[in-house]
Ligand binder design. Structure first.
Ligand code: ZN
Ligand code: ZN
Length: 195
């Protein structure tokens, strides 16, 4: 069984960045390159960064991507809907179902619009990096571009398709699991109610 390394880097605005690596090959992916970039670069030492991906383009989750890339290399990736919404660009525009390989692992892109139109979740083995789409005990802070109804639909149709034992790594706060959230998260009890 190949071994996966997951390091959480706490950034400004209480954003969680994750450095996800294949222990065998040292190839790795950075998820949510906010600021300060040097904190991320520090964690990337000794790794070969293949991709630098943002779950969405709120500045706290993406503002450091070019600074990280200039040191570590790797391809940056976001969804085109968020590129449009937030006037950001990247090396690569990700779509639902894309598979990105790093070392002995494969990261699958899941488009989960709602929090922002281009919000993405990334699943790797039995782990999912979910940005602000779902947090332990809640969801990410609603912003003017948030479409709550769409977000609930994304959770219901995309995330609930993952095995219940999937570990979740949100963009803010502690890690959790899908089954734990299904049991405890108020969004599964109809609040806040999607209209
Ligand atoms: Zn956000
Ligand atoms: Zn956030």
């Amino acid at each position: 069984m190949p071994k996966l390394g997951i390091v959480k880097v706490k950034l400004d605005r209480e954003v969680n960045c994750y450095v996800v690596s294949c222990a065998t090959t040292k190839e790795a992916v950075v998820i949510d390159p906010g600021l300060p970039a040097d904190k991320i670069v520090e964690q990337a030492a000794g790794l070969n960064i293949k991709y630098i991906l943002a779950t969405h383009c709120h500045p706290g989750h993406v503002a450091g991507k070019d600074d990280v890339k200039s040191v570590t290399g790797g391809e940056t990736g976001i969804h085109s809907a968020d590129a449009k919404q937030f006037l950001r660009s990247a090396d690569r525009y990700l779509i639902d179902g894309d598979e990105l390989e790093f070392g002995e692992f494969k990261l699958t892109v899941i488009h989960t619009p709602g929090h922002t139109p281009g919000s993405l979740c990334f699943s790797v083995a039995n782990h999912a990096f979910v940005g602000d789409t779902i947090l332990a005990g809640g969801i990410g802070r609603q912003m003017p571009e948030t479409d709550l109804r769409r977000q609930m639909m994304s959770i219901g149709t995309k995330l609930l398709r993952l095995p219940p034992s999937t570990a979740l790594y949100p963009g803010h706060g502690p890690a959790t699991s899908l089954e734990r959230e299904m049991a405890q998260n108020p969004i599964f009890r109809g609040a806040p109610a999607p209209r």
